[in-house]
Structure formats: structure tokens, C-alpha cells
Write a protein that binds this ligand. Structure first.
Ligand code: SAM
Ligand code: SF4
Ligand code: SF4
Length: 374
């Protein structure tokens, strides 16, 4: 069971404030945390359920038929998610990523996307709305997602070799269906499609080059993610992490690549371009090269708790405010208060410890990736 993470007293105190507290602000005049990081990116988990059992995320021994997923009544409604999103936008959020669990399992997700697509930033710009998916339902849903206002998708795919992929998703799901989902997304203009490959040394690192070969010249951006010690159930070990530097080295032997500048401050992926013009790849080096100093991401769990870091063990219960009669200004005040006290920088702190150290066994009950959203 997840630990109760309600910090109501704190939120109630903050939410009595009628206006957003004007304390620390970023150079833009917007909200800023204790490390001068603004709030730009909101990741919203719309379900804690998934039809895959990737061993690094929802190992089947733990997420089995006895696992207590959240009941329907705990989930934030679409109206509640939209209301909170509006509040976050007043604080500078410009980008929304829908995630989970598997977000496409949430019924009528297109309706939520339509509602979010109507929200504008204070400058009158539409929000950048994206979604991360395992693509099992993408071929069927790509057109309706695009019509609802989704701009792009990120698809997770850990191998091209069918046997390796079926083993990694642990539900015998075939690669061909994911590839069909990617094609459908490209066809309807949910582009550029990004492909996320979590690299586990000894499990799928032999797939790095086949994946690179396959997705070169395809208009997609393939990103290699270091296997992370998120949650408390995946049995993470440092020797199963393949550092991004080695991923780049391997690719460079067959296809020379050069580093390119980030698109924006706080981008998680380090970008590389094929020297022969075959497109772009990225590496996300959360373990070997922490990027906390630019981290402008907040995460809203399926049941409305605000998490300030992927590795947090506690969230702040915004659903209690939504359902407790607080108005938008009060909720905005609470969010400001929480963000302004934020000092999370887990990956940087872990990087300062001996190489094999994870806090997974430290007694802190960290939330699972499938609950908080990736
Ligand atoms: N189900 C969707 C999917 O897989 O795309 C969305 C949710 S999933 C939690 C979001 C992302 O987190 C995926 O790209 C997944 O590969 C990544 N992820 C999950 N567990 C991870 C881990 N231990 N290390 C690195 N990435 C992980
Ligand atoms: Fe499901 Fe995504 Fe986690 Fe895999 S990574 S188990 S697809 S939530
Ligand atoms: Fe952000 Fe936490 Fe990841 Fe650091 S460890 S980049 S603070 S989510």
C-alpha cells in the first residue's frame, strides 16, 4: 500500500492565502523554487493501471491480481484535472504530458484532451500537449487523439527483436503492433514521434544498434533512457545501467554522431545528430549525469497528489482541496507555497554517493513510476 501522503495542514495554511504569495520569482516574474527553478512542465498521470508488465516498472510478481490499484472514485475527474491545469498555467506551466500507467486505457481520454486544448497561457498561446504511451492502442486511437488536440506522442519501445520485446513487456505483446501504432501516429501528424527505449545492460543493450538502424531516416527521434531506480519494486542494480556515454559510443562506431544544442532549458534529453543527415537521437542520463539543476517538472498523480520529484516519497493532496470547497485562488496559493519550498534534487544527491547506491532499500517508501507517471 502506498503511504498516506496528505500534507493537509501545510496546504490548508497556504490555501487560506487569497492570492499567490509573491515571494521567490524566476527572472520571468513567475514562480520559482528554492533552487530558482521555474514551474513549466506538468505531467499528469491519468491511470495507475497498465496492460504491460515491464519488469523495470511494474514487475508482474508485485503487480499481480492481488495488487490494490486505485478505485475509480479516487481518480481525478476530467473536470478536476482541467481545473488544476488552469491553476498550474497561471504559475507558468506551458507543457502538459499525459501519462500513467498506460494513459490510453483511461476511457474517453480524448474528451480530456479536448478540454485541455482549450486552455491558453497568460500570453494567449495554446498549451503544448503530449502523451507517453506503450502504443498498444495507438493504431486505433491516433486519429481521434489528433482530432481532440493532441500535438505529439512519445512511444515506449525497448527492442525490435520480437522475443526480447515480448519478454520485456511480460505480456507477450508483439513489436509489430507497436510499430503499427507509430506509423498511425506519424500518418495523422502526431509528429515528430519520439521513441523511448529504456536500456538495461544484459537485457536489451544488444538492441541499441538495430533500433538506431531502424529509426534512422524515419522522422522519429529515438531516445535511450538509462534504467532508473524509481519506485521500490524493480530490484534496480547499478550494474544493469548502461551509461549513455557508452550508448553514444556504440552508435558512433557505425553512424557518426555530433552533439547539438538543447531545444530549451530543462530538456531531459541530450540531443545528438547523425553526421550523414539521417536525423536525431537523444540520451536521457538520469543516473550518470543528473539534470536536477534545470528540473522544472511537477507531477500530478492519478488521485491528485502533487509530487515535486520522480523520486519523492510524499505528495501534496490537491484533491482534498478540490473536493473541500477551496476556490481556484486558494488552490493557486497552495501550489505556490508548495513549489516555493521545493528543494528536491534526488539524482544529483545520489550521484554524490558511491556508484552502486540507490535509496530503494533505505526505508523511504518511494512511489512507483506507474502511479506518479514517467
Ligand atoms: N505506459 C506508458 C509508457 O510506457 O510509455 C507511460 C508511462 S511509463 C511509466 C513512462 C516512461 O517511463 C516510459 O517511457 C518507460 O519506459 C519509462 N520508465 C518506466 N520505468 C523506468 C525505469 N525504471 N527507468 C527508466 N525509465 C522507466
Ligand atoms: Fe506499463 Fe509503461 Fe510501466 Fe511498461 S513502462 S509497465 S507500459 S506503465
Ligand atoms: Fe527532477 Fe527529481 Fe529527476 Fe532531479 S531527480 S531531475 S529533481 S525529477
Amino acid at each position: 500500500m502506498l503511504e498516506k501522503t496528505i500534507l493537509l495542514a501545510d496546504i490548508r495554511y497556504a490555501s487560506r492565502m487569497p492570492h499567490i504569495p509573491a515571494q521567490r520569482t524566476a527572472p520571468t516574474g513567475l514562480l520559482s523554487d528554492t533552487l530558482a527553478r521555474p514551474l513549466r512542465d506538468l505531467r499528469i498521470s491519468v491511470t495507475d493501471r497498465c496492460n504491460f508488465r515491464c519488469s523495470y516498472c511494474m514487475p508482474s510478481e508485485v503487480f499481480n491480481k492481488d495488487y490494490a490499484f486505485l478505485p475509480q472514485t479516487s481518480l481525478l475527474s476530467f473536470e478536476e484535472i482541467t481545473r488544476l491545469t488552469r491553476v498550474f498555467v497561471t504559475h507558468g506551466v506551458e507543457k502538459i504530458r499525459l501519462t500513467g500507467g498506460e494513459p490510453l486505457l483511461r476511457k474517453h481520454l480524448e474528451v480530456l484532451i479536448e478540454m485541455l486544448a482549450k486552455i491558453q497561457t497568460p500570453e494567449g498561446k495554446p498549451l503544448d500537449i503530449t502523451l507517453t504511451t506503450n502504443a498498444s492502442l495507438l493504431a486505433k486511437k491516433a486519429q481521434s487523439l489528433k482530432d481532440a488536440g493532441l500535438q505529439r506522442v512519445t512511444v515506449s519501445l525497448d527492442a525490435l527483436d520480437d522475443a526480447t520485446f515480448r519478454r520485456m513487456n511480460d505480456v507477450d505483446f508483439p513489436v509489430a503492433d507497436v510499430l503499427r501504432g507509430i506509423e498511425a501516429a506519424q500518418k495523422v501528424g502526431l509528429a515528430p514521434v519520439k521513441i523511448n527505449m529504456v536500456v538495461k545492460r544484459g537485457t536489451n543493450d544488444a538492441e541499441i544498434l538495430p533500433m538506431a538502424r531502424h529509426f534512422r531516416n524515419s522522422g522519429t527521434v529515438l531516445r535511450f533512457i538509462e534504467y532508473m531506480d524509481v519506485g521500490a519494486t524493480n530490484g534496480w542494480r547499478m550494474d544493469e545501467v548502461l551509461p549513455s556515454a557508452q550508448v553514444i559510443e556504440r552508435i558512433n562506431t557505425e553512424f557518426p554522431v555530433t552533439a547539438i544544442n538543447p531545444n530549451y532549458t530543462g530538456e531531459t534529453a541530450e540531443r545528438w545528430r547523425y553526421a550523414d543527415g539521417a536525423g536525431e537521437i537523444g540520451v536521457i542520463s538520469s543516473v550518470t549525469q543528473a539534470f536536477c539543476s534545470d528540473c522544472n517538472r511537477a507531477r500530478l498523480s492519478t488521485e491528485g497528489k502533487l509530487f515535486l520529484c520522480l523520486f519523492a516519497s510524499q505528495g501534496h493532496d490537491l484533491r482534498a482541496l478540490l473536493r473541500g470547497g477551496f476556490d481556484d485562488d486558494q488552490i493557486a496559493g497552495a501550489v505556490a507555497h508548495i513549489w516555493q519550498k521545493r528543494d528536491d534534487r534526488y539524482s544529483e544527491q545520489r550521484a554524490a554517493l558511491p556508484p552502486d547506491t540507490s535509496l530503494q532499500g533505505s526505508g523511504l517508501k518511494r512511489v512507483e513510476m506507474s502511479y506518479i507517471g514517467g
